[in-house]
Design a protein around this ligand. Structure first.
Ligand SMILES: Nc1nc(=O)c2c([nH]1)NC[C@@H]1CN(c3ccc(C(=O)N[C@@H](CCC(=O)O)C(=O)O)cc3)C=[N+]21
Ligand SMILES: [Mg+2]
Length: 293
């Protein structure tokens, strides 16, 4: 039996529809729609595409999108100054600094300049700490999207064994914490993990976020598992550029109950959750409760 393909694109589109309604209601109540500022340093082609897509999605959801571009030669102090100006600007609700930053800039320092109330990526020390503590804060978008997709297959995640392969700050670590908050039993696996195939086979929910094309093979997947493929790897195959995940999709779908495709799985959820965080940040900054979506 072939797995059900989790249609992240459709789920994200439905979520963005509801966010759009909330954004319009917000604009009516507060005189202006929520506003997201994206800071892009340098001219990495993939980043340009992502930022353009984010801007379009933001406007489609009835929010305002602002872009601040700096040359690749910008100093850390210059990038930090842009972030601080956005912090001070009362018309800005959300700030995202597009990763990766040029190597001469310390990403952690720059991210930490973001006002935690506007940190829609959930990456500042304050929001990471709030996630660890399980108190109100802004959660990272890709992990949040993963939990929504897992819940689209399983009503309750409680008691399920989740294996997260990859421990990045943007995805693996926060995803592990979010799944723990759902009462999953979480295994945090990574490049130094012994017996990785065996550990993956123990997963009811298998999350792959390592950035290695098709690392996870078909027989690493337990029959009936839910597979979330967070990898987005650009590879060249038969002379053509392709996008593949961290999971061998064709093989894994013969064993999984449900699996996310790449593209069209987790990626679109990241953007939808970014817009949701912008709405939440805009509401909380005005002292009202965020949307119940
Ligand atoms: N501060 C920061 N926050 C981020 O959240 C962040 C970042 N920096 N830097 C880059 C990564 C990557 N990322 C993606 C978002 C959407 C898709 C997405 O929508 N992908 C589509 C299309 C993929 C394509 O065709 O290229 C899909 O998977 O179907 C992918 C990747 C956010 N990131
Ligand atoms: Mg392999």
């Amino acid at each position: 039996m072939s797995a059900r393909i989790i249609d992240g694109k459709a789920i994200a589109s439905a979520l963005r529809e509801r966010i759009g309604e909330e954004a319009r209601a917000f604009a009516k109540a507060h005189g202006a729609p929520p506003c997201l500022a994206v800071v892009l340093v340098g001219d990495d082609p993939a980043s340009q595409v992502y930022v353009r897509n984010k801007g379009r999605a933001t406007r489609e959801s009835g929010m305002i999108s602002i872009e601040k571009r700096l040359p690749a030669s910008a100093s850390e102090a210059e990038v930090a100054a842009v972030v601080r100006a956005l912090n001070e600007d009362p018309s800005i609700d959300g700030i995202l600094v597009q990763m990766p930053l040029p190597v001469h800039i310390d990403a952690h320092s720059v991210i930490n300049e973001i006002d935690p109330a506007k940190d829609v990526d959930g990456l500042t020390e304050t929001n990471a700490g709030r996630l660890l503590l399980g108190v109100q804060g802004l959660r990272p978008c890709t992990p949040e999207g993963c939990v929504i997709l897992a819940k689209s297959v399983r009503d309750r995640l409680e008691g399920l064994r989740a294996v997260v392969v990859g421990r990045s700050i943007l995805v693996g670590k926060p995803l592990s914490l979010l799944l723990l908050a759902e009462n999953c039993t979480v295994v945090m696996a990574h490049s130094k993990t012994r017996d990785l195939p065996e550990i993956c086979r123990s997963a009811d929910i298998l999350c792959a976020a390592v950035g290695r094309p098709r690392l996870i093979e078909g027989d690493w997947v337990k029959k009936g598992a839910v597979v979330l493929d967070i990898g987005i790897n650009r590879v060249e195959e038969d002379g053509a550029a392709r996008l593949v995940g961290d999971v061998d999709f064709e093989a894994a779908k013969e064993r999984a109950e449900a699996i996310t495709p790449v593209p069209g799985g987790v990626g679109p959820m990241t953007i939808a959750c970014l817009l949701r965080n912008t709405l939440i940040a805009a509401a909380r900054r005005r002292g009202v409760r965020g949307p119940a979506i």
